[in-house]
Design a protein around this ligand. Structure first.
Ligand code: SF4
Length: 302
């Protein structure tokens, strides 16, 4: 069984290493500002799931400069993808946001733009802006699905129904140019069985998506999930158990789907559970060893 890693995809697409620079477009979310609710998704931190993003008070060009400075020692001749990561980056004044996207791609070292958002926050004007961008750069639209199960979606306070997601994926994927849809999925919701988790992955595999980010549920300080966990500590998977499930999940995906992430990646200082996630190297080694043993190998991107 083959899978494609992000590093491999970047190498084959851009001919070099590519680093993602996390930026902040200054947005919020409809589940935070009172439009659909307050408090956001149950697991989401105050920084809108973007612990590593730059300072939103800076201009996009300044954010890029700062973010590059942090990775330049590692980057050496590599290229960058500007990644509007935290909160809902198509939620706001479309022309203002468009200006920020343009600022990001105007940097000659930036070879692509990644925009994390929600499928219910794509206006007609935003579709036009995205179609135009996709004609000029590699454009990655990252949609937070997390689960296909409505009860779980209610539990996590997602705020939109599955058909809204599916329609957005199909419409985005049909736009001309270099537009790629990446879906975010979370495994190990305490209200789901493993079978349900795999159903979410199988559903994604049948959609016209380019990539997926799979995370195990992380309980982070300051989130409403942390409050629930404190009151009623629910069971989370151990590392090995998660690796088993991950291998099963990868098996369900099409071999051309790029896997951008395999575990949660909240800031270590905020992590409450499961603590094994903090040891990224050990987790990566366990996943690699397990995959080798079960003939899950990196394939080519084509
Ligand atoms: S939509 Fe994303 S950023 Fe907004 S609350 Fe939910 S997880 Fe956080």
């Amino acid at each position: 069984m083959n899978y494609v890693s992000a590093g491999q995809y970047y190498k084959e697409t851009f001919g070099t290493k590519v680093y993602r620079l996390a930026l902040d477009a200054g947005c919020t979310c409809p589940t935070r500002d009172g439009t659909l609710g307050f408090g956001g998704c149950i697991f989401c931190s105050g920084s809108g799931s973007g612990e590593f993003a730059a300072n939103r008070d800076l201009s996009v060009r300044e954010q890029l400069r700062e973010a590059k400075a942090k990775v330049e020692a590692k980057c050496k001749g590599g290229k960058y993808i500007a990644y509007f990561q935290n909160f809902t980056n198509t939620y706001g004044d479309e022309e203002v946001l468009s200006g920020k996207y343009e600022d990001a791609i105007s940097d000659p070292e930036v070879v692509g733009l990644s925009i994390a958002t929600r499928p219910d926050c794509l206006s007609e004007r935003m579709y036009e802006i995205l179609a135009d961008l996709a004609g000029r750069t590699h454009l990655y639209i990252e949609l937070g699905l997390q689960t296909i199960h409505e009860e779980s979606a209610k539990w996590m306070r997602r705020g939109y129904d599955l058909p809204v997601f599916e329609e957005a994926v199909r419409r985005l994927a049909s736009l001309p140019g270099n537009l790629y849809v990446i879906v975010h999925v979370i495994l190990d919701f305490p209200c789901e069985t493993k079978k349900q988790m795999i159903e979410t992955i199988s559903y994604c595999a049948h959609l016209p998506i380019h990539g997926i980010k799979i995370a195990n549920l992380n309980v982070l300080k300051g989130t409403d999930l942390a409050g629930e966990y404190e009151k009623n500590p629910f069971r989370l998977m151990e590392r090995q158990e998660y690796c088993d499930l991950l291998a099963e999940a990868v098996e369900k995906l099409r071999p051309d789907i790029v896997i951008y992430r395999m575990t949660g990646d909240g800031a270590k200082r905020d992590l409450i559970a499961p603590l094994w996630v903090a040891d990224k190297r050990m987790t990566r080694n366990t996943i690699d060893a397990y995959f080798r043993e079960h003939d899950v190998v990196q394939g080519r991107y084509y």
